[in-house]
Design a protein around this ligand. Structure first.
Ligand code: MF3
Ligand code: CO
Ligand code: CO
Length: 264
């Protein structure tokens, strides 16, 4: 990965503040009856109004030849990540809905951020609500491990240890956190489980990373849908996803994408 300059960091923190505010507003739109397409349209409007560009629109990965068509990844219930917003998919009471969003800021060096959360729609069962809590807290455990001197492995180690202490959850292995800033995905890749090979790579000031635990009520295995994007839990269990973009500083980190009323 390329280290970020002081200028990049300043831009990333400002970008993060805006996308954090936007994600909070987008999450507030999530009510029974709204379509995931409508949520996406509103999200795009907010990003453009803030002077940014949707970071995921047109994105291609090795897993798909089809460019991602939307502003948000809209993943419902057993869908884990990379769901495509749809005109005929409506939120309903009892759902959980994951929104992943990123902003590129052309006027400020083109820097990229990446952040996500899972929203409960109406009333959800206790067990599901605990899944969301565990995933959100797992993200905080991962964030606390991001500091100079600690290894990349320490993030997954902290997340795995915490999640396992909370019950028998599936910790997704096929997708990971990553470097971010000059592009949406940069090295290093940061798994949510302990990988001792990564003990050799240390965090250093000027690195910017996205930490993103993906946790399921059932087994950790996933499958990709025929649309080439949507990734679901293979056993159909519910899944949650929380993500932040984090700047490594001299003595710790700054969570660039923190939302104004986020509870941690
Ligand atoms: N934001 C996702 C991540 O956290 C990547 C989304 S790429 C897309 O890594 F094309 F699916 F949007
Ligand atoms: Co993301
Ligand atoms: Co990410």
């Amino acid at each position: 990965m390329k280290f970020k300059t002081e200028e990049d960091i300043k831009n990333l923190i400002e970008n993060g503040k805006r996308i954090g505010e936007i994600l909070e507003m987008v999450a507030a739109l999530c009510r029974p009856g709204i379509s995931t397409f409508e949520i996406d349209k509103q999200a795009e409007k907010m990003i453009r109004k803030a002077g940014g560009k949707p970071a995921f629109k047109g994105y291609k990965t090795y897993t798909s030849d089809v460019p991602f068509p939307a502003t948000i990844c809209a993943s419902l219930n057993e869908e884990l990540v990379h769901g495509i917003p749809r005109k005929n998919v409506f939120l309903k009471d009892g759902d959980i809905f994951s929104i992943d969003i990123g902003m590129q800021w052309p006027a400020r060096g083109g820097v990229f951020t990446d952040t996500a959360l899972t929203v409960p729609i109406g009333k959800i069962p206790e067990k599901t609500s605990k899944l969301l809590d565990v995933t959100r807290k797992a993200l905080e455990k991962g964030i606390a491990a991001v500091k100079p001197g600690n290894s990349i492995a320490s993030v997954g180690k902290a997340i795995e240890l915490y999640v396992k202490s909370q019950g028998n959850y599936g910790i997704v292995r096929d997708l990971t956190g990553h470097g971010v800033g000059h592009a949406i995905h940069e090295e290093p890749f940061i798994p949510n489980y302990h990988d001792h090979y990564l003990e050799k790579i240390k965090f250093e000031p000027g690195m910017v990373v996205a930490i993103e635990p993906m946790i399921a009520l059932g087994d950790w295995r996933v499958k990709t849908m025929p649309d080439g994007w949507t990734i679901k839990m293979a056993d159909g269990s519910l899944a949650a996803h929380f993500e932040h973009t984090i700047v490594v500083t001299k003595d710790g980190n700054i969570v660039a994408t923190r939302r104004p009323h986020e509870t941690i």
